[in-house]
Ligand binder design. Structure first.
Ligand code: PMP
Length: 438
């Protein structure tokens, strides 16, 4: 197929994430990717500002990761996990147990972030069932959260931008506290910031199995950053009221926010931790749900301790092998320095956007840079415009944001920030013309 034929067939027959078959935004065909660059079938080379949705920390086509997959491919690509095990799964479990908080000692491998969230919820519910506390069956979360697109995960996504209206009567109704107040600096904490959450847990703890949260950074619900003190107090309240704490680090894990895991910034331990996305360095879909001995051994209403979940591709050896190699590569690299310098450069360069009327806020946290606009962008216009400028940036709603691979060079990062400034300036001009009725 020529690139044009490929684009046309794709547009007619294939759904892309959150798109319509009636009015699809054409997808750009990728021929290959190397390092921080994506090459299109049509010849353009784009600097990647997305890490393919928080996954490709080391960039694309990495020799060490390729080697890990190839070596495993020569042994076994997949084998069922029911009744069988293998070295890549054991190596990955050990690595994850070693790098996460002391209390997390047990691992369940699922096949995507959303499924990992489902498993974490099931763990919490089964735990309370086994304790004879079936009344503890609800979840408490905060607004502006995002935890995935499967039904249990959707039920704890923000009720306004998380499809709750579409599935009224289908989604289980859980409890929502106000979103954690945004925070740009440690000085911004006020004791009243936790009040709304405290009220909810105080009033409802008897029926709450677990609190589920994205630590420090709320991702798809608005890329909002909040204060570690909030998380510290959530942990303390969960302890006080006998509620489990599930942390969804699917987006924040593996260095993205400046610490290996975001919860470290609050110096706490979760009861259940969900990892995904960057777990395999962006090579394959895999998630891991870690939990404590208390939860793992506390599960089992039938007396056998059976966790009722078992996806077909659980613990896929190729995915586990590349995850082991990716984590090793990360830990052996100077990722903290890289993430810090990405943050500094983004903060300096993106601040130019603040002079534009259309810009509501500019914020950075670790290797995440956000320009929040006052109105939503038109994807049909903005996406091809970024491609024209030689960058791959995928805005959503009012958010133009980047979370590049950690291996990005300063000149490549400047290309991303300059493209953002150019495109947002153009959008600003368009908005001014519209408002003046021209
Ligand atoms: N939780 C968070 C915090 C996420 O950012 C995402 C993905 N955007 C998910 C869960 C769902 O993961 P997946 O898309 O792999 O199902």
């Amino acid at each position: 197929m020529t690139p044009d034929q490929l684009i046309a067939y794709d547009k007619t027959h294939i759904w892309h994430p959150y798109t319509s078959m009636q009015n699809p935004i054409p997808a750009f065909p990728v021929a290959s990717a190397q390092g921080v660059e994506i090459t299109l079938e049509t010849g353009e080379v784009l600097v990647d500002g997305t890490s393919s949705w928080w996954t490709a920390l080391h960039g694309y086509n990495h020799p060490v990761l390729n080697e890990a997959v190839t070596e495993q491919l020569g042994k076994v690509a997949h084998v069922m996990f029911g009744g069988l095990t293998h070295a890549p799964a054991v190596a990955l479990a050990k690595q994850l147990i070693d790098i996460t908080s002391e209390n997390l000692q047990h691992v369940f491998f699922a096949d995507s972030g959303s499924v990992g969230v489902e498993v974490s919820i099931k763990m919490a519910l089964q735990y309370w069932l086994a304790q004879g506390r079936s009344e503890k069956h609800r979840l408490l979360t905060v607004r502006s959260g995002y935890h995935g697109d499967t039904f249990a995960a959707m039920s704890v996504c923000d009720p306004v931008n998380g499809m709750h209206d579409m599935f009224t009567g289908v989604l289980i109704k859980h409890l929502f506290a106000e979103a954690p107040p945004r925070s740009a600096s440690p000085a911004q904490w006020q004791d009243s910031d936790i009040d709304a959450f405290k009220t909810m847990i105080t009033e409802h703890h008897a029926e709450i199995a677990a609190v589920i949260l994205e630590p420090i950074v709320q991702n798809a619900g608005g890329i909002r950053f909040y204060h570690p003190e909030y998380l510290r107090q959530v942990r303390a309240l969960c302890d006080e009221f006998d509620v489990l704490l599930i942390l969804d680090e699917i987006a924040t894990g593996f260095g993205r926010t400046g610490s290996l895991f975001a919860y470290e910034q609050a110096d706490i331990e979760p009861d259940i931790l969900v990892l995904g996305k960057a777990l395999t360095g962006g090579y394959m879909t895999l998630s891991a749900v870690l939990t404590s001995r208390k939860v793992a051994h506390g599960i089992g209403s039938d007396g056998q301790g059976v966790l009722m979940h078992g996806p077909t591709f659980m613990g896929n050896p190729l995915a586990c092998s590349v995850a082991v190699a990716s984590i090793k590569l990360l830990l052996e690299s100077d990722w903290q320095t890289r993430v810090m310098s990405i943050e500094t450069q983004m903060r300096e360069e993106l601040s130019a956007c603040l002079e534009l009327d259309i810009v509501a806020d500019v914020r950075t946290k670790g290797a995440i840079g956000v320009v929040e606009l006052k109105q939503a962008v038109d994807m049909h216009w903005i996406q091809p415009r970024f491609v024209e400028l030689g960058v791959w940036i995928r805005p959503f709603g009012k958010l133009v944001y980047i979370m590049p691979p950690f291996v990005i060079e300063p000149a490549q990062l400047s290309k991303l920030t300059q493209a953002i400034f150019t495109v947002v300036s153009e959008f600003d001009q368009q908005a001014m013309q519209n408002n003046s009725g021209k």
